[in-house]
Design a protein around this ligand. Structure first.
Ligand code: UDX
Length: 453
């Protein structure tokens, strides 16, 4: 099989497929990525993937190339894993990389093969691209297309690829289904549920899943807004809700909200596509989901300003975290960096530290200060802001941290710190959706953590 596009999704898919025993050729137009991967270096941070890459290379089953002629000759099944970023001038998905990958392959393929889209695309793309590739391929209608959406989470990419919750095969023929079943045989043998559908349903599963997750996060964050004006505590509320097995505790963590390369752009592209299809009203709530999410960032800045005495000008803020979530170096649409940027624009002296994402953050916002350790970031801080819940930050003893800062003031943007411990050690502690003199019930929180796990 070939895997076209060796970014986050493609590199992981290529490596894992080789681990599962297939002959895999990874393809990209970016020579630097191909050189790095060939040399056994994963060009982004993902726990456990480096080892898997080396294991796959050592097996002799994984190779990389920039040569599309070679790819077309090599594959029986071609997986298209290129990006679909948000278009520069609208909420639509930018499909130029998807179209280019499909057409570059299609015009070269001269024996029966299956093209499988894995990228997240607007509904109707697979059908449209089928027409496109069949027109230009020497095989004509013999060249078939399928859609196999990918649900992997950054930070758990290997686990999610090798042991997914489910597989979805969007196909137009029994032959295509057989090809996909063969391509995922080891995963299907492990009794992974598979849903075989038409192309449109397969496309929709992915955006519907991400919309649901985003909605769940924004739901609890909307409750946090209500808590802020009523004196209720969103943490206790989330805990109480999580024990209802119909609701569950996962993706119900309040705080700074969602970011990253998927959830924000996928819900926007979905709403945009639904409007194009004349069913915009059905998903109009996604605009509100996005709005709630963005307000959390602004409100976090408000909390930090309040704690800093009402004015951020010249205040030293330690921004702990830049990545959109822990165990990732991805800063695309990262709530943490957005908060740091807003603080900076109000005149604060912001020092950012992230265990893995400093370099990517610096490329995006070179005007912020970057520290190369947590300690360097918090020295003499007026306010410490926990923006991404890396374990390094949640493990620190508030007493030790307190010795480094100018003022013991902390904003916990992720409800990840032990509020009682901080308060006991003389810190002013604030978190979105929690009253100032917050009562925490730690045994209840422990129980919720188990529900999450
Ligand atoms: C997401 C989907 O989970 C995955 O299935 C899809 O394939 C790609 O998009 P990912 O972007 O890796 O994966 O991140 P995810 O773990 O879903 O977290 C998204 C964001 O939501 C993060 O910024 C995280 O901090 C935030 N989040 C998550 C919350 O604010 N609260 C929660 O309870 C859970």
């Amino acid at each position: 099989m070939t895997v076209i596009g060796t970014g986050y999704l493609g590199a992981t898919h290529a490596i894992c497929m080789a681990i599962l025993g297939f002959e895999v050729l990874g393809v990209d137009v970016d020579q630097r990525k191909i050189d790095a991967l060939t040399a056994g270096i994963v060009p982004f941070f993902e726990p456990g993937l480096d080892e898997k890459l080396r294991e796959a290379l050592d097996s002799g089953r994984l190779q990389f190339t920039t040569n599309f002629d070679r790819a077309a000759a090599f594959g029986d099944v071609h997986f298209i894993c290129v990006g679909t970023p948000q278009a520069p001038d609208s909420h639509a998905a930018d499909l130029r990389y998807v179209e280019s990958a499909f057409t570059e392959l299609a015009k070269r393929i001269d024996r029966k093969a299956l093209l499988v889209g894995k990228s997240t695309v607007p509904i109707g793309t697979a059908e449209r691209v089928t027409g496109l590739v069949q027109e230009i391929s020497p095989l004509g209608a013999e060249l078939e297309l399928a859609w196999n959406p990918e649900f992997l989470r950054e930070g758990f990419a290997v686990e999610d690829t090798l042991h997914p919750d489910r597989l979805v095969f969007g196909v137009s023929s029994e032959w295509a289904e057989r090809q996909l079943r063969a391509a995922f045989r080891p995963i299907l043998d492990a009794k992974t549920p598979v849903v075989v559908s038409d192309l449109a349903t397969a496309e929709l599963v992915k955006v519907a899943a991400n919309s649901f997750l985003a909605t769940k996060i924004s739901f609890i964050n909307a409750m946090a807004e209500v808590c802020e004006t009523t004196g209720a505590d969103v943490n206790l509320l989330a805990t109480a809700l999580s024990f209802d097995s119909r609701i569950g505790g996962r993706f119900l963590k309040p705080g700074l909200g969602f970011g990253g390369g998927c959830l924000p752009k996928d819900i926007r592209a979905f709403a945009h596509r639904a409007e194009e299809l004349g069913v915009g009203q059905a998903v109009a709530f996604l605009h509100e989901v996005d709005g709630i999410n963005n307000r959390r960032r602004v409100r976090t800045v408000d909390l930090i300003r309040e704690l800093a005495g009402g004015d951020l000008q010249g205040k030293r803020i330690a921004a702990l975290g830049a990545a959109f979530k822990p165990n990732s170096d991805d800063v695309r649409d990262a709530p943490a960096l957005d908060v740091a940027r807003m603080l900076y624009l109000e005149g604060a002296v912001v020092t950012v530290y992230d265990p893995e994402a400093n370099e990517n953050a610096h490329r995006l916002y070179p005007d912020l200060n970057y520290a190369n350790s947590m300690i360097a970031a918090v020295i003499d801080a007026d306010v410490v802001a926990l923006l991404t819940e890396w374990q390094e930050f949640t493990d620190i003893d508030p007493e030790n941290l307190g010795k480094l800062v100018r003022h013991r003031r902390v904003v916990d943007g992720r409800h990840a710190l032990d509020a009682d411990d901080y308060v006991a050690k003389g810190w002013e502690y604030r978190a979105l959706g929690r009253p100032v003199a917050s009562r925490t019930i730690s045994f209840v929180m422990d129980a919720r953590d188990e529900v999450d796990a």
